[in-house]
Design a protein around this ligand. Structure first.
Ligand SMILES: [Ca+2]
Ligand SMILES: [Ca+2]
Length: 217
């Protein structure tokens, strides 16, 4: 993953923990091809929280404000440029969504994404027994496979905390999201640069400055 011109491995990034959910429809789980049709709660969480796979996700959240609640596993500092990034799958123009941080809401439009050049590989959509009204429903309602061979482009977008009134250097620990418009969005990966990494970059920058200074006659 390259963000702000710096390449990160997944081990250098922090992922998220789901704290709230409200769905727009019964089709909520994106599962890798041929996986279990009624995965357990830990597996469901893993689709978005831990697996780094574009073949899995928690999809079609409600358009109600704040329908998806998330907290970072390590707090994230506002550095120059993008801080948080999100991938979603779409067969055409990627789907718009809204993000709320510290009470400020911004809309991410379809035109804001870039195409990763990678597609999901024959993923399965699992339908819950009813539209989930809560995180407990999302994780606990029984599911069955409703469609398979979902091969759609994976699009990514970076989000800058500065657009939410967060000062450079201030940390963010949680945020909410919701779908925007009739095409509900389909997040498959969400992550950010944890505070420790951004601190390391700042100290590396300071060290480089010192070395350059010492070389001068
Ligand atoms: Ca995933
Ligand atoms: Ca930033």
């Amino acid at each position: 993953m390259t963000l702000n011109g710096i390449e990160y491995t997944t081990s250098e990034l922090t992922q998220v923990t789901l704290t709230a959910w409200k769905g727009a429809s019964q089709g909520q789980l994106l599962q890798y091809n041929g996986g279990p049709t009624n995965p357990d709660a830990t597996t469901r969480r893993g689709f978005l929280e831990t697996d780094w796979s574009g073949n899995t996700g928690l999809i079609n959240p409600s358009t109600t404000a704040g329908s998806v609640g998330l907290s970072f596993n390590t707090s994230v500092k506002n550095i120059a440029g993008a801080d948080l990034f999100l991938y979603e799958i779409s067969s055409g123009t990627p789907d718009a969504f809204q993000v709320t941080i510290n009470g400020f809401t911004q809309t991410v439009n379809g035109s804001d994404y870039g195409n990763s050049g990678v597609s999901s590989a024959s993923s399965d959509v699992l339908n819950l027994s009813s539209t989930p009204a809560s995180l407990g429903d999302l994780l606990g309602l029984s599911s069955t496979r409703s469609s398979d061979n979902i091969t759609q482009n994976i699009h990514g977008v970076g989000i800058d905390f500065s657009d939410f009134g967060v000062a450079l250097g201030d940390t963010v620990t949680s945020f909410t999201m919701n779908s925007n418009g009739s095409n509900t969005f389909d997040p498959v990966i969400i992550a950010a640069i944890p505070e420790a990494s951004s601190l390391w970059l700042l100290s590396l920058g300071a060290l480089t400055g010192i070395l350059i200074k010492r070389r001068r006659p």
